[in-house]
Write a protein that binds this ligand. Structure first.
Ligand SMILES: [Zn+2]
Length: 419
């Protein structure tokens, strides 16, 4: 099906031309960012201070008049805080801000032998940039800064304020990043604001994430009585009981069977995953077994209901096998309310993706948490979208220059009322 292209406002055409000629800016910026590893203390690093200082200077040089640094106190890093940056270009409607939120921290490179080159030295191969962080989340940072650069250099006032928010600590929990900013600096945001998080997406640019499943990671400890394998009656075999327990976990699918085509898969999932080692010898009947269950639950259910159901199975196992079962929560995240399909962030974003990419974008819920949950829990409308090759956290992480430019075009067009 051919779609008639809208005629763009002349302002936007000028911005698009500016963005089209920004390959060198992208490479230079990525090279600088890759060379400043920003690892949080839980990943063995000193945090994001050096990288954020570089970015603050970059924003100042670009001509941002309004830059705020929000420091989340963290005694685990040498400087004692984790830096977050909020920079705004005023628009015609000063009451509403379109925010693009990216994170400055990265994950460690992992096994260096799997990298074809130094992870902290940018490699350029045609349209592709390679290095730790280039996709996750430098691409988002770069696209959002390209938009600002175009507005400032062309002296264009957008229809609404443009906000660039660069947060710390996304890779290890966001406590000192977006969670901190939303909780401790609510004055930064108005209820009318729109939020885009370019940190998840497909290479086709079609997927717009607007909802999440709840996540429950359960540790299950089954205790029996260890004995010699030749005299089973002298003990209680915890492995047999754990195995029986594990095979009953899939019955949860039938009990919590709500479906929603927004999600893929469109239902809750309950999967036994990790199993801790038990005894060292073949001739010992184990007295303690530990396994884990990963549950991704449709937002219509409360996680407490799931826990009660698992404990119900546990009671049956205790009665039938004579073991004791106990539980630990490794993760317990009740999903935030979804961003509605008719919210302004969605109704602005979809047509602009369609125009720039010539595709048919779709809304989707995902089975894992993103930082958008902090915004949604605070009542804000947030969409997660970017054009990504999905190699975040992998060796030889890659990002596309042309995708960075096109994503920037979508972000820029969001700022203008006429699509
Ligand atoms: Zn990320």
């Amino acid at each position: 099906m051919r779609r008639k292209r809208h005629t763009e406002p002349p302002m936007l055409a000028a911005i698009d031309r500016h963005l089209d000629s920004s390959a060198k800016t992208i490479i230079d910026l990525q090279r600088a960012l890759v060379a400043i590893p920003a690892l949080g203390p839980l990943n063995g690093g000193p945090g994001e201070t050096e990288k954020t200082a570089f970015l603050k200077k970059y924003l100042e040089d670009m001509g941002f008049a309004d830059i705020r640094e929000l420091r989340a106190p963290d005694p685990a890093v040498p400087c004692g805080y984790r830096p977050n940056l909020a920079a705004i270009i005023p628009g015609r409607n000063g009451a509403k801000t379109f925010w693009v939120i990216s994170h400055t921290d990265i994950v460690p490179p992992g096994d260096r032998s799997l990298w074809a080159s130094d992870p902290y030295t940018l490699r350029v191969e045609g349209d592709i940039l390679i290095g730790r962080g280039v996709e996750d989340n430098h691409q988002g940072i770069v696209s959002s800064l390209l938009v600002a650069k175009a507005l400032l250099e062309l002296n264009v006032t957008p229809d609404m304020n443009y906000g660039v928010l660069l947060v710390a600590d996304e890779e290890t929990g966001s406590k000192y990043g977006l969670d901190y900013v939303v909780k401790c600096h609510p004055e930064l945001f108005s209820p009318e604001d729109l939020f885009l998080v370019p940190d998840f997406g497909e290479s086709t640019s079609r997927m717009v994430e607007v909802a999440e499943k709840s996540i429950l990671w359960l540790k299950v400890v089954v205790e029996g009585k260890q004995c010699h394998a030749s005299t089973p009656a002298a003990g209680v075999n915890s492995l047999l009981a754990a195995a029986d327990f594990i095979t009953r976990i899939p019955s949860l699918h039938a009990r919590f069977d709500a479906r929603d085509p927004l999600f893929d898969p469109p239902f809750s999932t309950f999967q036994p995953t990790k199993k801790e080692a038990n005894v060292e010898s073949v001739n010992i009947i184990p007295g303690r077994d530990v396994f884990y269950v990963d549950c991704r639950v449709m937002p219509c259910y409360q996680l407490d209901e799931i826990v009660t159901a698992v404990q119900g199975i546990g009671k049956e196992i205790e009665a039938e096998h004579g073991v004791r079962v106990s539980y630990d929560f490794v993760q317990f995240e009740q999903a935030a309310p979804a961003t509605p399909a008719d919210s302004e962030i969605v109704t602005r974003l979809l047509p602009r993706i369609r125009t720039v990419f010539g595709n048919e974008p779709r809304l989707q819920g995902i089975g894992g948490g993103t930082v958008a949950a902090y915004l949604r829990n605070a009542g804000h409308q947030a969409a997660v979208w970017a054009t990504l090759m999905h190699n975040a956290h992998q060796p030889n992480e890659r990002s596309s220059i042309s995708a960075s430019i096109k994503d920037a075009k979508v972000m820029a067009a969001m700022l203008f009322d006429k699509a």
